[in-house]
Design a protein around this ligand. Structure first.
Ligand code: NAP
Length: 154
């Protein structure tokens, strides 16, 4: 059994690729966080069983996102940090997450999200934060510079 993943592939050709693939993509890696929840993309992926893998899952550490009052309130209720609430929201929303941290305490915290659960109402409150705001703004030229020389390892 093999798994295939796609990255940053949201074009109208997504369905074409998924229909043609005999092994359907297991995951599609895209920017996804409470300000950019990717609900339309999820609907498009559902027929293929492909899940969203979130990059920038905590908005690249954006303080405005992390300190949204709803996260502060829920963090207090569950005895967790705001970031743990965001990560828990991802898990319950069905997203695969790879939060990045260079801080050992944060890394420990980011794993410690499996002993509490947000209610349906709380998930809805977080759903209401979806506003189409992205944090990644590289131009096409910058993307080409960063990625055009990239090749998979042997
Ligand atoms: N495929 C693509 O095109 C693509 C594009 C962009 C990024 N990515 C990948 O996505 C991953 C995540 O990207 P990212 O690091 O920019 O965004 P991110 O995971 O949303 O945010 C990382 C930031 O959050 C902070 N943080 C992490 N855990 C925390 C915690 N528990 N409490 C408070 N702050 C915390 C980190 O600071 P500390 O280090 O201080 O904890 C860091 O500043 C990376 O592996 C990256 O390579 C992929």
């Amino acid at each position: 059994m093999r798994s295939i993943g796609l990255s940053n592939f949201e074009s109208e050709r997504l369905e074409e690729v998924c229909e043609a693939a005999t092994i359907k993509p297991a995951a599609l890696q895209v920017e996804c966080h409470p300000y950019y929840q990717q609900n339309d993309l999820k609907k498009r992926l559902a027929p293929y069983g492909t899940v969203i893998e979130s990059w920038y899952p905590i908005g690249h550490g954006d303080a405005g996102l992390i300190n949204e009052p709803v996260f502060t309130e829920l963090a207090k209720k569950y005895g967790k940090t705001n970031v743990q609430v965001i990560l828990r929201w991802h898990i319950q929303a069905g997203n695969v997450i790879f939060p990045k941290s260079t801080d050992p305490q944060h890394i420990r915290e980011n794993f410690d999200i499996f002993d509490f659960a947000l209610t349906a109402e709380e998930m809805n409150e977080i759903a209401a934060l979806d506003c189409g705001k992205r944090f990644y703004h590289a131009t096409l030229e910058e993307q080409e510079r960063n990625f055009s020389g990239w090749a998979p390892a042997d």
